[in-house]
Design a protein around this ligand. Structure first.
Ligand SMILES: [Zn+2]
Length: 368
């Protein structure tokens, strides 16, 4: 059969058009299974098939389709064959239309249910729990310390981290030749500023701005030129306490530190003071408390001594009171300071305080 013959025989033309349609339609017929449903088809693919199907419809039912051409030929077919040919064309059109519509309906159903599923909220699903943050272990301990002192009538003071020599050293009775002032022990910035090497600087600011009597604690960061190792870090946290009033003596200091440690580590906690030296207190004492783990019998945490060294304290040196504008003849006071990081390391059994500042969430989220 040549193209010429095909063009001349309208029946053959319809037949050829039907074959062409069947061939093109095959993949759509396979796309929708026998039950007319599409399983495991994603939205994007179903949408693409829907567009391809619309194009197929235009090609086979549109104005320029073989079907349209066949319809035009109906008038040219001999009268006795015209009815049969007309029927053939109609049948062909009905077949194409029905096939396309079946698949189209299947795609539409699929798209609708897929979109509904995508947008539906299944209340029976467990849901994705938002990941809750929590406080850093240093913050946890700092807040416990703050709560205890607030309940004892202490204010919480916030200090600056960059200080002049006056607040960091002179006002704290640390003379020019003191090793703490040496560049290898302190971070100096330009123009005589230094990162504070202890929270005691806040004592001076607080006394200057609020005068005596005064009770305050100052938790915060301090800086020393230390090489980081398991027990040292160039940046760490301290809390400073200061009580200035008329008639304050060493007994008040011992009572306050003892009460703090009992609230922190339990009623049975015993505190002891050892004579020491600090430039800003006189007399000065370091304080230890009975090991919270073994109760004093000796264990790994207290290195078998039964005691844990915690901080320094003493009666505020008259020179310090004077440089902050408080009359040492009228007022006296005690001060104490301790490292929060060290306390955290003790309480959580950390062998290396650097872990606290590495910001590894897997480590930090263990504590709360
Ligand atoms: Zn112990």
């Amino acid at each position: 059969m040549t193209d010429g013959q095909k063009n001349e025989d309208p029946k053959l033309q319809v037949e050829a058009a039907r074959k062409a349609f069947e061939q093109e339609f095959e993949r759509f017929a396979n796309f929708a299974d026998n039950s007319g449903s599409l399983s495991n088809v994603d939205l994007a693919r179903a949408e693409a098939e829907q567009r391809a199907l619309a194009e197929l419809r235009t090609r086979h039912l549109g104005k320029k389709s073989a079907l349209a051409a066949s319809k035009k030929m109906i008038g040219r077919v001999p009268a006795e064959e015209r009815a049969a040919f007309g029927q053939l064309v109609q049948q062909h059109e009905a077949e194409i239309t029905e096939n396309i519509e079946q698949v189209d309906a299947a795609i539409k159903r699929h798209l609708e249910s897929a979109r509904t599923t995508r947008e539906a909220l299944d209340v029976t699903l467990p849901g994705r729990r938002p990941r809750r943050g929590h406080r850093h272990p240093i913050t946890v301990v700092r807040e416990r310390i703050e709560d205890i002192f607030v309940s004892l009538g202490y204010a919480i003071e916030d200090g600056r981290e960059i200080e002049t020599d006056f607040y960091n050293f002179d006002a704290l009775n640390i003379p020019d030749n003191h090793p703490a002032r040496a560049p290898q022990d302190t971070f100096y910035t330009t123009e005589g500023f230094a990162l504070r090497s202890q929270t005691s600087t806040v004592q001076i600011h607080a006394m200057q701005s609020r005068g005596a009597p005064l009770r305050m604690i100052a938790p915060g960061r301090v800086f020393r030129r230390d090489t980081p190792d398991p027990t040292h870090n160039p940046m760490f946290f301290q809390v400073e306490g200061l009580c200035v009033d008329r008639g304050i003596n060493m007994a008040h200091l011992k009572g306050t530190v003892g009460e703090f440690l009992r609230r922190m580590f339990g009623e049975q906690t015993v505190t002891r003071f050892r004579p020491s030296y600090f430039p800003f207190t006189e007399p000065s004492a370091e304080f230890d408390f009975s090991c919270f783990k073994c109760g004093g019998t000796g264990c790994r945490i207290c290195k078998n001594s039964g005691w844990i060294e915690l901080g320094g304290s003493g009666m505020v040196h008259p020179n310090v009171l004077r440089s902050a504008g408080v009359d040492p003849e009228e007022f006296s006071g005690f001060a104490f300071g301790l490292g929060i990081d060290r306390m955290v390391a003790l309480m959580y059994g950390l062998d290396d305080i650097r872990l606290l500042f590495e910001n590894d969430v897997r480590f930090l989220e263990q504590f709360d």
